[in-house]
Design a protein around this ligand. Structure first.
Ligand code: HAM
Length: 442
Protein backbone atom coordinates (compact mmCIF):
# COMPACT_ATOMS: atom_id res chain seq x y z
CA UNK A 1 0.00 0.00 0.00
CA UNK A 2 1.48 3.36 -1.01
CA UNK A 3 0.61 5.59 1.94
CA UNK A 4 1.38 8.79 0.05
CA UNK A 5 -1.48 7.93 -2.32
CA UNK A 6 -4.07 7.34 0.40
CA UNK A 7 -6.44 10.26 0.69
CA UNK A 8 -7.02 11.22 4.29
CA UNK A 9 -9.78 13.22 5.99
CA UNK A 10 -8.83 16.92 6.12
CA UNK A 11 -6.74 18.01 9.11
CA UNK A 12 -8.87 18.56 12.22
CA UNK A 13 -11.77 16.45 10.96
CA UNK A 14 -12.64 12.81 11.57
CA UNK A 15 -15.12 10.12 10.63
CA UNK A 16 -17.74 8.95 13.07
CA UNK A 17 -17.57 5.21 12.49
CA UNK A 18 -20.51 2.85 13.17
CA UNK A 19 -18.87 1.71 16.42
CA UNK A 20 -19.08 5.31 17.70
CA UNK A 21 -22.62 6.02 16.60
CA UNK A 22 -24.26 4.81 19.80
CA UNK A 23 -22.69 7.75 21.68
CA UNK A 24 -23.85 10.27 19.10
CA UNK A 25 -27.33 8.79 19.05
CA UNK A 26 -27.46 8.95 22.83
CA UNK A 27 -26.50 12.64 22.81
CA UNK A 28 -29.13 13.43 20.15
CA UNK A 29 -31.77 11.49 22.10
CA UNK A 30 -30.97 13.26 25.37
CA UNK A 31 -30.93 16.69 23.73
CA UNK A 32 -34.34 16.06 22.12
CA UNK A 33 -35.72 14.72 25.40
CA UNK A 34 -34.41 17.56 27.55
CA UNK A 35 -35.50 20.04 24.88
CA UNK A 36 -39.05 18.68 24.96
CA UNK A 37 -39.14 18.59 28.76
CA UNK A 38 -38.20 22.28 28.99
CA UNK A 39 -40.35 23.46 26.08
CA UNK A 40 -37.62 23.90 23.44
CA UNK A 41 -38.30 23.07 19.79
CA UNK A 42 -35.72 21.99 17.23
CA UNK A 43 -34.46 24.39 14.60
CA UNK A 44 -32.11 23.64 11.71
CA UNK A 45 -30.36 26.48 9.92
CA UNK A 46 -28.05 26.32 6.89
CA UNK A 47 -24.48 25.10 7.35
CA UNK A 48 -23.29 28.26 5.59
CA UNK A 49 -24.46 31.84 5.90
CA UNK A 50 -23.54 35.23 4.49
CA UNK A 51 -20.15 36.19 5.96
CA UNK A 52 -21.48 39.50 7.30
CA UNK A 53 -23.79 37.61 9.69
CA UNK A 54 -20.81 36.40 11.71
CA UNK A 55 -18.84 39.63 11.30
CA UNK A 56 -21.74 41.58 12.77
CA UNK A 57 -22.54 39.13 15.58
CA UNK A 58 -19.47 37.20 16.71
CA UNK A 59 -17.46 40.37 16.09
CA UNK A 60 -14.72 41.58 13.74
CA UNK A 61 -12.07 41.57 16.45
CA UNK A 62 -12.57 38.03 17.69
CA UNK A 63 -10.31 35.05 16.99
CA UNK A 64 -13.22 33.35 15.26
CA UNK A 65 -13.80 36.09 12.69
CA UNK A 66 -10.17 37.16 12.33
CA UNK A 67 -8.59 33.76 11.94
CA UNK A 68 -10.97 30.85 12.06
CA UNK A 69 -13.68 31.24 9.48
CA UNK A 70 -13.98 29.10 6.39
CA UNK A 71 -15.01 31.85 4.03
CA UNK A 72 -15.39 31.45 0.29
CA UNK A 73 -16.68 33.38 -2.70
CA UNK A 74 -19.44 31.77 -4.75
CA UNK A 75 -19.57 31.90 -8.55
CA UNK A 76 -22.12 34.69 -8.06
CA UNK A 77 -19.43 36.57 -6.04
CA UNK A 78 -21.28 36.30 -2.72
CA UNK A 79 -19.13 35.84 0.35
CA UNK A 80 -20.31 32.86 2.37
CA UNK A 81 -18.94 31.29 5.54
CA UNK A 82 -19.30 27.82 7.02
CA UNK A 83 -20.97 28.52 10.33
CA UNK A 84 -18.48 28.69 13.20
CA UNK A 85 -21.32 28.66 15.77
CA UNK A 86 -25.11 28.48 15.93
CA UNK A 87 -26.43 31.51 17.83
CA UNK A 88 -26.06 34.07 15.03
CA UNK A 89 -28.00 31.85 12.61
CA UNK A 90 -30.79 31.23 15.11
CA UNK A 91 -31.23 34.95 15.75
CA UNK A 92 -31.08 35.64 12.01
CA UNK A 93 -33.82 33.09 11.52
CA UNK A 94 -35.89 34.51 14.40
CA UNK A 95 -35.85 37.93 12.74
CA UNK A 96 -36.25 36.71 9.16
CA UNK A 97 -39.16 34.40 9.94
CA UNK A 98 -40.98 36.82 12.23
CA UNK A 99 -40.75 34.56 15.27
CA UNK A 100 -41.33 37.65 17.39
CA UNK A 101 -45.03 37.10 16.65
CA UNK A 102 -44.88 33.72 18.44
CA UNK A 103 -45.57 33.53 22.18
CA UNK A 104 -42.41 34.83 23.86
CA UNK A 105 -39.88 33.73 24.89
CA UNK A 106 -39.23 31.53 21.87
CA UNK A 107 -37.22 28.45 22.89
CA UNK A 108 -35.16 26.70 20.25
CA UNK A 109 -32.48 24.04 20.22
CA UNK A 110 -30.14 22.76 17.52
CA UNK A 111 -27.60 20.00 16.98
CA UNK A 112 -25.06 20.01 14.19
CA UNK A 113 -21.58 20.59 12.82
CA UNK A 114 -19.68 23.86 13.19
CA UNK A 115 -16.44 24.84 11.48
CA UNK A 116 -13.45 26.74 12.79
CA UNK A 117 -10.00 26.88 11.24
CA UNK A 118 -8.13 26.18 14.46
CA UNK A 119 -4.78 24.60 15.21
CA UNK A 120 -5.98 21.04 15.84
CA UNK A 121 -5.00 19.71 19.26
CA UNK A 122 -6.53 17.55 21.91
CA UNK A 123 -10.32 18.11 21.90
CA UNK A 124 -10.04 20.94 19.35
CA UNK A 125 -11.15 20.23 15.82
CA UNK A 126 -11.84 22.10 12.61
CA UNK A 127 -15.20 20.44 12.13
CA UNK A 128 -16.87 19.80 15.46
CA UNK A 129 -20.43 19.43 16.68
CA UNK A 130 -22.48 21.39 19.12
CA UNK A 131 -25.88 21.21 20.62
CA UNK A 132 -27.27 24.55 21.66
CA UNK A 133 -30.30 25.99 23.42
CA UNK A 134 -31.47 29.56 22.79
CA UNK A 135 -34.26 31.40 24.61
CA UNK A 136 -35.25 34.56 22.77
CA UNK A 137 -37.53 37.34 24.01
CA UNK A 138 -37.11 37.62 27.78
CA UNK A 139 -34.72 39.57 29.95
CA UNK A 140 -35.60 38.12 33.35
CA UNK A 141 -32.57 36.84 35.29
CA UNK A 142 -34.48 33.70 36.30
CA UNK A 143 -33.96 32.44 32.76
CA UNK A 144 -30.17 32.84 33.02
CA UNK A 145 -30.13 30.52 36.03
CA UNK A 146 -32.71 28.18 34.50
CA UNK A 147 -30.69 27.76 31.32
CA UNK A 148 -27.58 26.86 33.30
CA UNK A 149 -29.72 24.26 35.05
CA UNK A 150 -30.85 22.88 31.67
CA UNK A 151 -27.23 22.55 30.52
CA UNK A 152 -26.40 20.66 33.72
CA UNK A 153 -29.48 18.45 33.40
CA UNK A 154 -28.45 17.51 29.84
CA UNK A 155 -24.98 16.59 31.07
CA UNK A 156 -26.42 14.58 33.97
CA UNK A 157 -28.74 12.69 31.62
CA UNK A 158 -25.58 11.75 29.72
CA UNK A 159 -24.05 10.40 32.91
CA UNK A 160 -21.83 13.43 33.57
CA UNK A 161 -22.68 14.45 37.11
CA UNK A 162 -19.53 16.27 38.06
CA UNK A 163 -19.12 19.53 36.21
CA UNK A 164 -18.02 22.99 37.19
CA UNK A 165 -19.87 26.20 36.34
CA UNK A 166 -17.88 29.43 36.01
CA UNK A 167 -19.90 32.62 35.76
CA UNK A 168 -19.44 36.36 35.32
CA UNK A 169 -21.31 39.44 34.17
CA UNK A 170 -19.79 41.59 31.45
CA UNK A 171 -22.28 44.43 31.77
CA UNK A 172 -24.09 46.24 28.99
CA UNK A 173 -23.72 49.20 26.67
CA UNK A 174 -24.03 51.54 29.65
CA UNK A 175 -21.36 50.18 31.95
CA UNK A 176 -18.98 48.45 29.55
CA UNK A 177 -17.41 51.76 28.37
CA UNK A 178 -16.60 52.59 32.00
CA UNK A 179 -14.85 49.27 32.44
CA UNK A 180 -13.15 49.67 29.09
CA UNK A 181 -11.53 52.89 30.33
CA UNK A 182 -10.24 51.17 33.47
CA UNK A 183 -8.90 48.30 31.38
CA UNK A 184 -7.11 50.60 28.93
CA UNK A 185 -5.55 52.48 31.84
CA UNK A 186 -4.31 49.19 33.36
CA UNK A 187 -2.79 48.05 30.07
CA UNK A 188 -1.32 51.41 29.11
CA UNK A 189 2.28 50.65 30.07
CA UNK A 190 2.02 46.90 29.47
CA UNK A 191 1.11 46.90 25.78
CA UNK A 192 4.73 46.40 24.72
CA UNK A 193 4.83 42.99 26.46
CA UNK A 194 1.75 41.64 24.68
CA UNK A 195 1.40 39.51 21.56
CA UNK A 196 0.79 41.21 18.21
CA UNK A 197 -2.95 40.42 18.31
CA UNK A 198 -3.31 41.97 21.75
CA UNK A 199 -1.36 45.07 20.70
CA UNK A 200 -3.93 45.61 17.99
CA UNK A 201 -6.89 44.73 20.18
CA UNK A 202 -5.71 47.15 22.83
CA UNK A 203 -6.76 49.85 20.37
CA UNK A 204 -9.81 48.24 18.74
CA UNK A 205 -11.48 46.00 21.32
CA UNK A 206 -9.66 45.95 24.69
CA UNK A 207 -12.14 43.51 26.32
CA UNK A 208 -10.68 40.82 24.07
CA UNK A 209 -7.33 41.24 25.87
CA UNK A 210 -8.82 39.19 28.72
CA UNK A 211 -9.52 36.36 26.32
CA UNK A 212 -6.03 35.86 24.86
CA UNK A 213 -4.68 32.30 25.18
CA UNK A 214 -0.98 33.35 24.93
CA UNK A 215 0.70 32.41 28.20
CA UNK A 216 2.24 35.81 28.97
CA UNK A 217 -0.87 37.74 27.86
CA UNK A 218 -3.07 35.66 30.14
CA UNK A 219 -0.70 36.32 33.05
CA UNK A 220 -1.07 40.05 32.48
CA UNK A 221 -4.84 39.66 32.07
CA UNK A 222 -5.11 37.83 35.40
CA UNK A 223 -4.20 41.04 37.25
CA UNK A 224 -6.49 43.32 35.24
CA UNK A 225 -9.37 45.16 36.97
CA UNK A 226 -12.52 43.16 37.54
CA UNK A 227 -15.56 43.67 35.39
CA UNK A 228 -18.07 43.12 38.19
CA UNK A 229 -16.61 46.07 40.11
CA UNK A 230 -17.63 48.35 37.23
CA UNK A 231 -21.19 47.15 36.58
CA UNK A 232 -24.01 49.70 36.53
CA UNK A 233 -26.84 49.26 39.01
CA UNK A 234 -29.11 47.44 36.57
CA UNK A 235 -26.43 44.93 35.57
CA UNK A 236 -25.32 44.45 39.18
CA UNK A 237 -28.88 43.72 40.30
CA UNK A 238 -29.44 41.42 37.34
CA UNK A 239 -26.30 39.45 38.15
CA UNK A 240 -27.17 39.30 41.84
CA UNK A 241 -30.56 37.83 40.97
CA UNK A 242 -29.02 35.25 38.62
CA UNK A 243 -26.78 34.06 41.45
CA UNK A 244 -29.75 33.93 43.85
CA UNK A 245 -31.74 31.81 41.38
CA UNK A 246 -28.73 29.52 41.02
CA UNK A 247 -28.56 29.19 44.81
CA UNK A 248 -32.27 28.40 44.86
CA UNK A 249 -31.62 25.49 42.47
CA UNK A 250 -28.64 24.40 44.60
CA UNK A 251 -26.28 24.91 41.67
CA UNK A 252 -22.78 25.71 42.82
CA UNK A 253 -20.64 28.00 40.71
CA UNK A 254 -17.26 29.71 40.60
CA UNK A 255 -17.27 33.44 40.11
CA UNK A 256 -14.68 34.23 37.48
CA UNK A 257 -14.30 38.01 37.17
CA UNK A 258 -12.20 37.67 34.00
CA UNK A 259 -14.53 35.41 32.08
CA UNK A 260 -15.47 37.30 28.89
CA UNK A 261 -15.89 34.49 26.32
CA UNK A 262 -14.58 34.64 22.78
CA UNK A 263 -17.62 36.17 21.09
CA UNK A 264 -18.58 39.84 21.03
CA UNK A 265 -22.35 39.56 21.23
CA UNK A 266 -22.62 38.93 24.96
CA UNK A 267 -24.12 41.30 27.51
CA UNK A 268 -24.60 40.75 31.25
CA UNK A 269 -24.36 37.05 32.22
CA UNK A 270 -21.68 34.82 30.69
CA UNK A 271 -20.88 31.30 31.84
CA UNK A 272 -18.80 28.26 30.99
CA UNK A 273 -19.07 24.64 31.99
CA UNK A 274 -16.04 22.48 32.57
CA UNK A 275 -15.26 18.87 33.33
CA UNK A 276 -14.56 18.44 37.03
CA UNK A 277 -11.01 17.32 36.25
CA UNK A 278 -10.34 20.96 35.28
CA UNK A 279 -11.15 22.25 38.76
CA UNK A 280 -7.48 22.42 39.83
CA UNK A 281 -6.50 24.39 36.74
CA UNK A 282 -9.48 26.72 37.19
CA UNK A 283 -8.76 27.44 40.81
CA UNK A 284 -5.08 28.12 40.01
CA UNK A 285 -3.88 25.13 42.09
CA UNK A 286 -2.19 23.41 39.21
CA UNK A 287 1.24 24.06 37.72
CA UNK A 288 0.08 22.66 34.42
CA UNK A 289 -0.13 25.02 31.43
CA UNK A 290 -2.96 22.90 30.10
CA UNK A 291 -6.21 24.69 29.33
CA UNK A 292 -9.21 23.50 31.33
CA UNK A 293 -11.56 21.23 29.37
CA UNK A 294 -14.43 23.51 28.45
CA UNK A 295 -17.52 21.45 27.69
CA UNK A 296 -19.76 24.36 26.85
CA UNK A 297 -20.56 27.99 27.37
CA UNK A 298 -23.09 30.66 26.83
CA UNK A 299 -24.68 33.79 28.13
CA UNK A 300 -27.01 36.63 27.44
CA UNK A 301 -26.96 38.53 24.14
CA UNK A 302 -29.61 41.21 24.61
CA UNK A 303 -28.28 43.46 21.82
CA UNK A 304 -27.76 40.85 19.11
CA UNK A 305 -31.20 40.94 17.45
CA UNK A 306 -30.92 44.71 17.11
CA UNK A 307 -27.37 44.45 15.78
CA UNK A 308 -28.69 42.14 13.08
CA UNK A 309 -31.45 44.56 12.05
CA UNK A 310 -34.26 43.21 14.24
CA UNK A 311 -36.18 44.73 17.12
CA UNK A 312 -34.74 45.15 20.57
CA UNK A 313 -35.04 41.54 21.84
CA UNK A 314 -33.34 40.25 24.98
CA UNK A 315 -32.10 36.69 24.64
CA UNK A 316 -29.70 34.11 26.00
CA UNK A 317 -28.41 30.63 25.32
CA UNK A 318 -25.62 28.13 25.55
CA UNK A 319 -23.88 25.54 23.37
CA UNK A 320 -21.98 22.39 24.29
CA UNK A 321 -19.21 20.62 22.40
CA UNK A 322 -20.41 17.10 21.60
CA UNK A 323 -16.95 15.62 20.89
CA UNK A 324 -15.75 16.77 24.29
CA UNK A 325 -18.84 15.38 26.01
CA UNK A 326 -18.47 12.01 24.31
CA UNK A 327 -14.79 11.86 25.10
CA UNK A 328 -15.59 12.48 28.78
CA UNK A 329 -18.36 9.86 28.70
CA UNK A 330 -15.86 7.33 27.38
CA UNK A 331 -13.23 8.32 29.91
CA UNK A 332 -15.75 7.88 32.72
CA UNK A 333 -16.82 4.50 31.30
CA UNK A 334 -20.41 5.56 30.92
CA UNK A 335 -22.40 2.69 29.46
CA UNK A 336 -24.43 3.42 26.36
CA UNK A 337 -26.72 0.77 24.92
CA UNK A 338 -26.04 -0.57 21.42
CA UNK A 339 -28.18 0.98 18.69
CA UNK A 340 -29.38 -2.28 17.24
CA UNK A 341 -29.07 -5.69 18.74
CA UNK A 342 -29.68 -8.24 16.01
CA UNK A 343 -31.78 -11.17 17.18
CA UNK A 344 -31.66 -13.50 14.21
CA UNK A 345 -28.92 -14.50 11.74
CA UNK A 346 -30.08 -15.70 8.36
CA UNK A 347 -27.99 -18.62 7.01
CA UNK A 348 -28.39 -19.96 3.50
CA UNK A 349 -27.04 -22.99 1.64
CA UNK A 350 -26.92 -23.49 -2.12
CA UNK A 351 -28.25 -21.21 -4.84
CA UNK A 352 -31.93 -21.98 -4.21
CA UNK A 353 -31.47 -21.34 -0.48
CA UNK A 354 -29.79 -18.02 -1.34
CA UNK A 355 -32.68 -16.97 -3.58
CA UNK A 356 -35.31 -17.90 -0.98
CA UNK A 357 -33.39 -16.12 1.78
CA UNK A 358 -34.03 -12.83 -0.05
CA UNK A 359 -37.79 -13.18 0.46
CA UNK A 360 -37.37 -14.58 3.94
CA UNK A 361 -35.22 -11.60 4.95
CA UNK A 362 -38.05 -9.24 3.90
CA UNK A 363 -40.64 -11.37 5.75
CA UNK A 364 -38.62 -11.17 8.95
CA UNK A 365 -37.94 -7.44 8.59
CA UNK A 366 -41.60 -6.68 7.95
CA UNK A 367 -42.44 -8.82 10.99
CA UNK A 368 -40.31 -6.48 13.12
CA UNK A 369 -37.44 -8.89 13.72
CA UNK A 370 -33.88 -7.52 13.69
CA UNK A 371 -32.20 -9.81 11.22
CA UNK A 372 -28.64 -10.00 9.87
CA UNK A 373 -27.87 -11.65 6.50
CA UNK A 374 -24.75 -13.18 5.00
CA UNK A 375 -25.96 -13.57 1.41
CA UNK A 376 -22.45 -13.74 -0.03
CA UNK A 377 -21.29 -16.73 2.04
CA UNK A 378 -21.75 -20.41 1.11
CA UNK A 379 -20.22 -22.33 3.98
CA UNK A 380 -22.61 -23.15 6.86
CA UNK A 381 -19.81 -23.36 9.44
CA UNK A 382 -18.49 -19.90 8.69
CA UNK A 383 -22.03 -18.49 8.76
CA UNK A 384 -22.77 -20.04 12.15
CA UNK A 385 -19.42 -18.78 13.46
CA UNK A 386 -20.39 -15.26 12.33
CA UNK A 387 -23.79 -15.67 14.03
CA UNK A 388 -22.05 -16.75 17.22
CA UNK A 389 -19.72 -13.78 17.10
CA UNK A 390 -22.52 -11.22 17.12
CA UNK A 391 -24.35 -13.23 19.79
CA UNK A 392 -27.75 -13.64 18.15
CA UNK A 393 -30.17 -15.98 19.91
CA UNK A 394 -31.35 -17.71 16.74
CA UNK A 395 -30.03 -18.67 13.33
CA UNK A 396 -32.60 -19.27 10.60
CA UNK A 397 -31.17 -21.71 8.05
CA UNK A 398 -32.52 -22.10 4.51
CA UNK A 399 -30.90 -25.12 2.84
CA UNK A 400 -31.70 -26.65 -0.55
CA UNK A 401 -34.24 -29.07 0.97
CA UNK A 402 -35.94 -26.40 3.12
CA UNK A 403 -36.06 -24.01 0.17
CA UNK A 404 -37.95 -26.58 -1.89
CA UNK A 405 -40.42 -27.07 0.99
CA UNK A 406 -40.83 -23.29 1.57
CA UNK A 407 -39.51 -23.77 5.10
CA UNK A 408 -36.49 -22.92 7.26
CA UNK A 409 -34.72 -24.34 10.28
CA UNK A 410 -34.75 -22.32 13.48
CA UNK A 411 -31.59 -23.05 15.45
CA UNK A 412 -31.27 -21.97 19.05
CA UNK A 413 -27.65 -20.82 19.21
CA UNK A 414 -26.67 -21.69 22.77
CA UNK A 415 -28.23 -25.18 22.93
CA UNK A 416 -27.94 -26.02 19.23
CA UNK A 417 -31.52 -27.39 19.16
CA UNK A 418 -33.19 -27.08 15.77
CA UNK A 419 -36.72 -27.22 14.37
CA UNK A 420 -38.05 -26.85 10.82
CA UNK A 421 -40.85 -24.30 10.45
CA UNK A 422 -42.78 -23.30 7.28
CA UNK A 423 -42.05 -19.80 5.94
CA UNK A 424 -45.56 -18.54 6.68
CA UNK A 425 -45.29 -19.47 10.38
CA UNK A 426 -41.73 -18.43 10.96
CA UNK A 427 -42.27 -14.80 12.02
CA UNK A 428 -44.81 -15.73 14.69
CA UNK A 429 -42.70 -18.62 15.90
CA UNK A 430 -39.59 -16.44 16.24
CA UNK A 431 -41.55 -13.69 17.95
CA UNK A 432 -42.94 -16.16 20.45
CA UNK A 433 -39.48 -17.52 21.20
CA UNK A 434 -37.85 -14.08 21.39
CA UNK A 435 -40.44 -12.99 23.95
CA UNK A 436 -39.32 -15.79 26.26
CA UNK A 437 -36.30 -15.15 28.46
CA UNK A 438 -33.11 -16.57 26.93
CA UNK A 439 -31.85 -19.79 28.53
CA UNK A 440 -29.12 -19.25 31.10
CA UNK A 441 -25.89 -20.25 29.39
CA UNK A 442 -23.55 -22.52 31.34
P1 HAM B 1 -18.31 28.57 22.16
O1 HAM B 1 -17.77 28.68 23.56
O2 HAM B 1 -17.51 29.17 21.09
O3 HAM B 1 -19.76 29.19 22.21
O4 HAM B 1 -18.55 27.05 21.83
C1 HAM B 1 -19.31 26.22 22.68
C2 HAM B 1 -18.59 24.89 22.89
O5 HAM B 1 -18.29 24.29 21.63
C3 HAM B 1 -17.25 25.01 23.59
O6 HAM B 1 -17.42 25.11 24.98
C4 HAM B 1 -16.59 23.70 23.19
O7 HAM B 1 -17.04 22.64 24.01
C5 HAM B 1 -17.13 23.49 21.78
N1 HAM B 1 -16.10 23.89 20.81
C6 HAM B 1 -15.82 25.13 20.37
N2 HAM B 1 -14.81 25.10 19.47
C7 HAM B 1 -14.45 23.81 19.34
C8 HAM B 1 -13.46 23.11 18.56
N3 HAM B 1 -12.68 23.74 17.70
N4 HAM B 1 -13.38 21.76 18.68
C9 HAM B 1 -14.18 21.10 19.53
N5 HAM B 1 -15.14 21.69 20.29
C10 HAM B 1 -15.27 23.03 20.20
C11 HAM B 1 -20.58 29.28 21.14
O8 HAM B 1 -20.39 28.73 20.09
C12 HAM B 1 -21.83 30.08 21.41
N6 HAM B 1 -22.65 30.09 20.20
C13 HAM B 1 -22.59 29.53 22.59
C14 HAM B 1 -23.86 30.26 22.88
C15 HAM B 1 -25.11 29.86 22.53
N7 HAM B 1 -23.95 31.44 23.47
C16 HAM B 1 -25.24 31.78 23.51
N8 HAM B 1 -25.94 30.85 22.93
Amino acid sequence: MDKSKIIQAPKGTFDILPTEQKYWEKVRRVVALVGAQYGFERIDTPIFEGTDLFERSVGQETDIVEKQMYTFKTKGKDSLTLRPEGTASVVRSYIENGLNSWPQPVRLYYVGPMFRYEQPQSERYRQFHQFGFELIGDSHPIYDAWLINIALVALRELGLHKTVVAINSIGDAKCRPVYRKALVAYYKNKVGQLCEDCKRRYKTNPLRLLDCKEHHCSEVAAKAPNLVDHLCEECRNHFKSVLEYLDEQKISYMLNPHLVRGLDYYTKTVFQLYAEESLEILSGNSNSHKNPLELGGGGRYDMLAQQLGGKNTPALGFAMGIERIISLMRKNNIKVSELKKPEVFLVQLGELGRKKSLTLFEKLREGGIDVVESFGRDNIKSQLRAADKIKVRYAVIVGQKEALEEAAIIREMTSGTQETIPFDKIVNELKKRLRQAPPVSS
